[in-house]
Design a protein around this ligand. Structure first.
Ligand code: HGY
Ligand code: MN
Ligand code: MN
Length: 415
């Protein structure tokens, strides 16, 4: 019986793959801008496909463009153990968010092939389309369709800032597969991801054993006032949508603090119209991102926002529209999968601690349809969704080692 305890990935090879992928869709400050369904996303997909085919994997693609690179198991009836994350990035994204999870899965395959190890269950490395939700909201769109949370037609109709539709862009880059989304069943799913927060680095821990994911709520707010001259319009006559937004953003901060220490709130997307230096904004559209591990807190924050925004806009004579554009409840991952990760970290001698994921991940949706859990590695200063996002080669290798053990143990090694 292969002694699993001394199995390790090839950390240098994993690091080289990360640096190679980072060359595609470079940012302007050392990170990446490989947004979903852009030509750069297509190029990154082709590189991943080339690497998978070189390892003898067969590639399946579903009608949301999600890629499943399959290594056969010895039992043709056994459902696959899936391992992966996402290759799409934020516009000012880092080199590791999502990418570490996909290439960590590929590194498991490369190591199994090097060692000639067979498993009972097939193993599939997955690249989920549009995890970030930055070009086409909401986040985790393809894994949401896979888990039956979103209808594919609705997803195909999602539009980016230029009015381009998801379905059209997927076809344009040539990655609309023919597999029905969700038809591919699985035994379990594991995702390796950088923490995107400060806890592991601060506590000097190698591994985060992710037991839960906090819930998320995205609310799009549209405020309408009246465009008018910033110079000649007397103050009492102004209907300043921009000022209304500023007061609501201050309220959002207050609401999040009212549920300290775990709740968070901010607006990352803001569009001002007409966005001209000497025109009072007549319209603003912005998205409030609330998160908490407690669903009752999220619901209370949404209620406080609706109430407070209405009071502010009524007082200022502004129009207000509020639309929920994304969200999911807090997630509890599968106990057996979490235990496989924790015991792997212990067996390998890596320091570890249980963690609640602050960010959303594809695993949060896949958890609805199969036993799922996540491994996290630290990131420098807890920084992510920033081109300066950084990890160490050692952190990447440790995370991939733990992922490797959890996946191979679940897929069951066969002599
Ligand atoms: O929004 C999130 O938490 C993820 O990074 N898409
Ligand atoms: Mn991510
Ligand atoms: Mn991200």
């Amino acid at each position: 019986m292969t002694n699993v305890s001394n199995l390790r990935v090839n950390g240098d090879r994993l690091w080289d793959a990360l640096m190679e992928m980072a060359k595609i869709g470079p940012g302007v400050a050392g990170g990446n801008n490989r947004q979903t369904l852009t030509d750069e996303d297509g190029e990154g997909r082709r590189l991943f496909q080339k690497w998978c085919e070189a390892e003898g994997l067969t590639m399946g693609v579903d009608t949301m463009g999600t890629m499943f690179a399959r290594r056969e198991g010895t039992d043709p009836e056994a459902l696959p153990v899936m391992v992966g994350s996402h290759l799409d990035t934020q516009p000012t994204g880092g080199k590791y968010d999502g990418v570490l999870g996909v290439l960590g899965g590929l590194e498991i395959i490369r190591t199994l092939n090097d060692m000639g190890i067979k498993t009972k269950h097939p193993i599939e490395v997955v690249n989920w389309t549009n995890e970030e939700g930055t070009r086409f909201a909401p986040a985790m769109l393809a894994s949401g369709v896979f888990a039956g949370v979103h209808a594919q037609d609705w997803a195909y109709g999602r539009e980016d800032a230029e009015g381009k539709k998801f379905g059209d862009e997927l076809k344009r880059i040539g990655w609309q597969g023919d597999e029905e989304v969700g038809a591919r069943k699985l035994h379990a799913f594991f995702e390796l991801h950088i923490e995107q927060g400060p806890i592991l680095e601060t506590e000097n821990k190698d591994i985060g054993v992710v037991t839960h994911g906090q819930g998320l709520s995205w609310t799009q707010v549209t405020i309408t006032g009246r465009d008018s001259h910033t110079g000649s319009t007397p103050m009492p006559m102004r209907k300043n949508a921009g000022l209304g937004m500023a007061r609501i953003l201050d309220l959002v901060d207050e609401i999040a603090w009212s549920h300290k220490p775990n709740a968070v709130g901010a607006a990352g997307h803001i569009d001002v119209f007409p966005n001209s230096r000497n025109v009072i904004p007549g319209k603003v559209v912005f998205t409030i991102d609330f998160r908490s591990p407690d669903i009752a807190v999220i619901e209370d924050m949404e209620k406080q926002l609706a109430r407070g925004a209405k009071t502010i806009c009524d007082l200022m004579g502004l129009g207000l529209e509020i639309e929920k554009t994304g969200g999911f409840d807090p997630v509890k991952f599968d106990d057996n999968c979490v235990t496989a990760i924790r015991t792997a970290a212990e067996r390998l001698g890596y320091s570890h601690r249980d963690l609640i994921s602050g960010a959303g991940h594809d695993a949060c949706w896949v958890n609805r349809v199969a036993p799922t859990a996540m491994v996290m590695c630290p990131c420098v200063d807890g920084l992510s969704h920033n081109e300066a996002e950084e990890i160490s080669k050692e952190w990447a290798a440790a995370g991939a080692d733990v992922l490797f053990h959890a996946v191979v143990e679940t897929a069951e090694i066969v002599e």
